[in-house]
Design a protein around this ligand. Structure first.
Ligand code: 5GP
Length: 342
């Protein structure tokens, strides 16, 4: 079952359509002549709906004294409706510019970023961007690698152009994650981290060399103060199988004591690298310690290392590009591709 429609009693069809479509940004899905089953009078059947949503709102013109009484006050003075967005800032800005009245500044709650607004009659709505770990977030991707819900299933999206000089097709098979997909997802991660760390000054620690490009894009997607530092570890060397050996090759410049640390990784495979780093960092007394990985590999036995912010879930294939190498090559490809010789 699914919630198909609910009614919002309005004074006038056209002014209600104008508000919900032009100012709020909903689609007008139906606007048909109809006859009232209640008293046989002509009416209109008007349905609006947020773009891409399944549940619609029937804009129902008040036709009795009882109905006129509830216009703008359908649930008393409570917030009656909850509009979810995956990009709060953009929708908030657009709605404010279109004249929607917000009753407060955006605030951060444990369940997400939220602000109350009212419609043309005074019905109250929340605009909410659910936090990544909130039960409200149907697309969420927080948790351990074992229990996160994928935000983006990785599918080969295109084949590297045959005949091009670089990269050679015998090394680089199909592109798994395009530049556009990378940038769109990183913008989402940046918005979430911005909301989660509002009022704080997180220290982002990138694990070299693989997470260099991800770090550069992620930090630019975060709208707030932050600092960065780098760690270099030895992991795979020239082979494409995890050695399980993690060695610090370059240590941090900064002290993490009392800092809100986010470890930025390129890929979590067995989780050995991240586990080692988390143990090491947590012994140095950070105020908080979270992890963000562009990629997490799907595995039969997923690692138990918590990944708080996940970009993409990856099929069990060795990948290169966007920071990831094979024999130090291909880090500069602007996409993530399947390594053909793995
Ligand atoms: P883990 O310790 O989680 O098994 O491995 C993490 C490290 O292994 C990553 O930071 C990365 O350096 C390397 N790695 C794991 N999978 C891949 C892959 O598919 N491609 C590349 N280039 N490196 C990988």
């Amino acid at each position: 079952m699914e919630l198909g429609l609910f009614s919002l009693v309005v004074d006038d069809y056209d002014e209600a359509i104008r508000f919900y479509v032009e100012a709020v940004g909903f689609d007008l899905v139906e606007d048909e002549p109809a006859i009232s089953s209640h008293d046989g009078t002509p009416k209109r059947w008007v349905v609006v709906r947020p773009p891409g949503a399944k549940t619609g709102i029937l804009l129902a013109k008040a036709s009795s004294a009882a109905q006129r009484k509830v216009v703008g006050n359908q649930v008393g003075d409570r917030v009656g409706y909850f509009l979810h967005t995956d990009d709060f800032d953009t929708d908030h800005k657009r709605m404010v510019a279109a004249g929607v009245r917000f009753l407060e500044d955006p605030r951060h709650e444990t369940y997400g970023k939220v602000a109350v607004w009212e419609d043309l009659y005074g019905n109250r709505w929340d605009l909410v961007q659910p936090a990544l770990d909130s039960p409200l977030d149907v697309n969420g991707s927080t948790g351990t690698a074992a229990d996160f819900v994928p935000t983006a299933e990785v599918q080969p999206s295109s084949t590297v152009e045959p005949g091009g000089a670089f990269p050679p097709t015998e090394d680089v098979a199909d592109i798994l994650i395009t530049t556009e997909q990378l940038q769109a997802r990183i913008a989402e991660l940046g918005a979430t981290i911005t909301a989660d760390y509002a009022g704080r000054n997180p220290l982002l620690i990138a694990v070299l060399k693989g997470s260099m490009l991800f770090m550069a894009d992620l930090m630019r997607a975060i709208d707030g103060p932050l600092e960065i530092d780098f760690l270099a570890v030895s992991s795979y060397g020239a082979a494409t199988k995890s050695s399980g050996v993690v060695r610090i090759v370059k240590d941090l410049d900064q002290d993490v004591k009392g800092r809100d640390v986010i470890v930025v990784e390129d890929i979590v495979d067995t989780g050995l690298t991240l586990r080692y780093l988390l143990d090491r960092l947590s012994s140095q007394g950070p105020a908080s310690l979270k992890t963000c990985s562009l990629l997490v590999r799907e595995a039969d036995q997923p690692s138990d290392v918590p990944v708080d912010y996940v970009g993409f879930q990856l099929p069990p294939e060795y990948v290169i590009g966007y920071g990831l190498d094979v024999d130090q090559q291909y880090r500069h490809l602007p996409y993530v591709a399947r390594y053909a010789k793995a």
